[in-house]
Design a protein around this ligand. Sequence first.
Ligand code: MG
Length: 381
Amino acid sequence: MKNVVLLGSTGSIGRSTVKVAEDLPDQIRLLGFAAGNNSELLLEQTRKHKPAVISINDPAKAAELRAALGTSCEVYSGNEGLLKLATLPAADIVLIAIVGTAGLQPALAAIRAGKDIAVASKEILVMAGEIVMNEARKHGVRVLAVDSEHSAIFQCLDGKPGSSVRKLWLTASGGPFRDKIAWPKEKFSEITVERALKHPSWVMGQKVTIDSATLFNKGLEMIEARWLFDIEMARVGVVVHPQSIVHSMVEFVDGSLIAQLSTPDMCLPIQYALTYPERAASDRVQTNFPKLGMLTFEEPDVERFPALELARRTGEIGGTLPAVLNAANEVAVEAFVNRKINFPQITETVRRTMNAHKVVLHPTLEQILEADSWARHTTVI
Ligand code: MG
């Protein structure tokens, strides 16, 4: 039985995690939930799964939950609540699926308390990959990836050392604007928010869906992979694969390529992270191989999607620059969703902010958080 704390239980990944736990009642116990704002769903999840501790961002909502739940469960709020949950003595693993940078401190707290962490929030490894991985090594805990691509690479590597790897290949769906004929570069300024939110193969949260359309999502994933698998950026490649069946692959030094495949469903990487090193039987994900028909691959179009090269350079330089890229992108995506800037201006805005930043190499956590807040104030729309 794995005792799981779930930070971000009401979001897209959080809800899938609850489904996985419901599939495997003898193997996964949900010990704690934290949510941002959705107290109705948190209440429903709590009544059903009876976790020992829950937390919600707003203290007023926490008081309402306390009144509704009585003494059946401890209720906390804010960052204090997240830290409380991340370090619960009975927890084996903490799955962090909070949007934004709020997951960073709880991730480090969990590691220092000797917990394995499963990371769905990209910010954690993008901003502080060096610190997080060093701390995990120091405390002898695992950092497991929930992202489908990183889970795929982890499964393909199967414990092989970096010296046996020639290259890691992240697959990218290419997003809704992959088709060069339908969406030439000149038409990018006409892209509406509604259109950008229609992802061809994955159903995800709003921020990550826009990031998939700009390819910033893949850029952030390259930086994550660099830290998670301790490999230099030059050995992290991206290939566009519109069907999203091959979730990623590893090219070994002998030229052999191992890929991980399935129909796209986030429940699979979530379940793998929570049951690792075992594989638990589940009927949820079914892949009819003969019916897949054609799997295609193509070079990413760096002309139309400059975010990819911007992220590669960011990962090569490192230091505080990935935190700046991440923060500027968050601000720019919000501005796009609120119709203040057009689609190409997302990447342009991020580039402008990055150019104005003085990079600190091998930063402390404080310097990373400073760079993050600097970028949020400096990013001009
Ligand atoms: Mg992904």
